[in-house]
Design a protein around this ligand. Structure first.
Ligand code: HEM
Ligand SMILES: CC(C)=CCC/C(C)=C/CC/C(C)=C/COP(=O)(O)OP(=O)(O)O
Length: 314
């Protein structure tokens, strides 16, 4: 009897932890961190202080978790009405809004302190501005009112790249803003491909996502343009900025070619949900591998290997 109570209590505690964990929409965070890491490695010319990396990624995680938690509080009405989001902790009543808000404020405070003390004030302020932008501009102002919601709101998702650069250098440079732009321009193809698949869910709750308002054909055309601009932007890191080298260039061209190919296929088949799904899934691998390419390209060992290879040929 006692054992049962103990195990039940234990289970409840674990469930509480799990609910708070889910409030942070944890599956998106690793990719945000990879963009931060890519930016840090380029900024540090391949030699990142491991402690600074740990602090920045932890601070970034906490900031993103805070932003997502507040978003969950704000959107709990529509999240309840949509199939995909109905089982989130807030609409299903597992966490109360007040408790979630305290949790989010604590996360933001720890994030800011950690980054301000162990990185610098610019990195801390940028991460904090990411939370404010995501909540005020995207969640409150645009999400329910504009078909351009995710285009402008996407800027929040690109801020972690700035945080990474700022943590290393204490300033922002053209290359930092370019990595920001790459994530910013990538967001519409990433999200609209998914929005095509779950258009009806958004329509049901009156969220004016582009496929709901403008239809599939107009959406795939926008996806196509944004894909072309994104891939072009990735190359500017090599020329004229010279922030990355040939290894990154080869990776960006290869990955970009495939991105354009998949986006073209969607342009030809606007109503085909499998093609949309394929592009959505690829968009995630694309950003992940592109940023890993930035890291690998920046490493001193890569430079040594390239010099050795050139000497061998010459
Ligand atoms: C306004 C901008 C964005 C919107 C509206 C958006 C929206 C979404 C949505 C609705 C999902 C599906 C999640 C689910 O099924 O619960 C998703 C998945 C995902 N998003 Fe985004 N996204 C945005 C920007 C970003 C950014 C900037 C990143 C990272 C750099 C990102 C990374 C991911 C990842 C990794 C997944 C897959 C998660 C999984 O495995 O389920 N997203 N996004
Ligand atoms: C530096 C810093 C703190 C940046 C914050 C960046 C951040 C939280 C980006 C998230 C972008 C994203 C996945 C939005 C989901 O949209 P949604 O809320 O419409 O998705 P949903 O339909 O699944 O609720």
């Amino acid at each position: 009897m006692i054992e049962t109570n103990v195990s039940r209590h234990h289970e409840t505690f674990l469930q509480v932890i799990q609910s708070y964990y889910q409030l942070t929409k944890p599956r998106i965070i690793p990719l945000l961190l990879i963009t931060t890491a890519g930016s840090m490695w380029i900024a540090a010319k391949g030699e990142v202080d491991p402690l600074l990396l740990l602090v920045t990624l932890t601070g970034g995680t906490l900031a993103a978790a805070s932003a997502q938690t507040i978003n969950c509080i704000y959107d709990r009405d529509i999240d309840y009405d949509m199939e995909r989001t109905r089982h989130r902790p807030m609409p299903s009543g597992k966490v109360q809004p007040r408790d979630a808000l305290i949790f989010a404020i604590a996360l933001a405070a720890i994030s800011f302190t950690l980054l301000a003390v162990f990185a610098n004030l610019l990195a801390a302020s940028l991460a904090f501005s990411g939370i404010v932008f995501y909540i005020l501009v995207y969640t409150h102002w645009l999400k329910r009112h504009s078909t351009q919601n995710i285009v402008i709101g996407g800027a929040a998702g690109a801020i972690p790249a700035l945080v990474g650069w700022a943590a290393v250098t204490g300033t922002l440079s053209w290359a930092a803003w370019l990595i920001f732009a790459i994530v910013f321009l990538w967001t519409p193809p990433h999200f609209w491909a998914l929005a095509l698949m779950i258009r009806d869910d958004y329509a049901k709750v009156g969220i004016p996502m582009l496929p709901v308002i403008a239809g599939d054909v107009a959406t795939v055309r926008q996806i196509w343009y944004y894909t072309l601009i994104t891939v072009t932007a990735t190359l500017l890191l090599v020329y004229p900025l010279h922030a990355s080298g040939v290894i990154y260039a080869a990776i960006a061209v290869g990955l970009g070619g495939l991105f354009i190919h998949k986006s073209w296929r969607l342009l030809q088949n606007p109503e085909d949900r499998t093609v949309a799904r394929d592009l959505f899934l690829y968009s995630i691998s694309y950003m992940m591998l592109l940023c890993l390419g930035m890291v690998v390209d920046s490493l001193p060992i890569t430079h040594h290997l390239i010099s050795a290879a050139i000497n061998l040929i010459a």
